[in-house]
Design a protein around this ligand. Sequence first.
Ligand code: PGA
Length: 253
Amino acid sequence: MRSKLVAGNWKMHGGLAANAALLSALLTEIDTLPCEVVVCPPFPYLAQAQQVLAGSALKLGAQNVSQHPAGAYTGEVSVSMLREFGCRYVLLGHSERRAIYGESDATVAAKFEAVLAEGLVPVLCVGETLADRQAGETEMVVGRQLDAVLARLGVAALGCGIVAYEPVWAIGTGQTATPEQAQLVHAFIRQRVAASDDEVAAKLRILYGGSVKADNAAALFGQPDIDGGLIGGAALVAEDFLAICRATGVSSS
Ligand code: PGA
């Protein structure tokens, strides 16, 4: 009942020529893929991607945004700017933003509000570090990250977005969470939301991210609470990304 979605997070990779090649390869298959597909290039390439993707089913997202609508915020980009360049989705609170740029739960919640206010879809990234997991604090950390949005905006607002569970220890490491490990946390996230609203929880799409590859994607996407993926490294190689997208059609749950 929840449709699957696969999003590619290009991080700080790309260039005009490489992007053109990657996007045109994705476009050749986009209409045959069994899921919604989103690409999130770096800001300077949004205009290029918007042009290339015009009229296609391949959707555009951004990797970050300011919580402010406009003003003296040197180096920042607002949600309305993203909208002008065709973005439908915005990744928020990616662990690299939290760890390297010090984004707090409160900042991420403020960004979530700003994205919704402009009618775009926030993709809230949550996930524990290896130390958190080893200390048995996965649920505490993920619960806290979710609660920051729930407390500020309420469960209906959360339901207008998407959640991406990305265990920090699995990102870019080749150490994917097992389908069972991921499913446990996805089920926890859904229960946490269900405690406020069953219906919102049942409809909420929860993506898994962290070393998803063509050969492990189907097993992950086959889990009952995994509704697609947020893909980093493998999103930069058309054949790999397409294979991951196709894998959403393998599961029937
Ligand atoms: P990865 O990155 O697929 O390279 O692990 C995922 C992400 O950071 O979104």
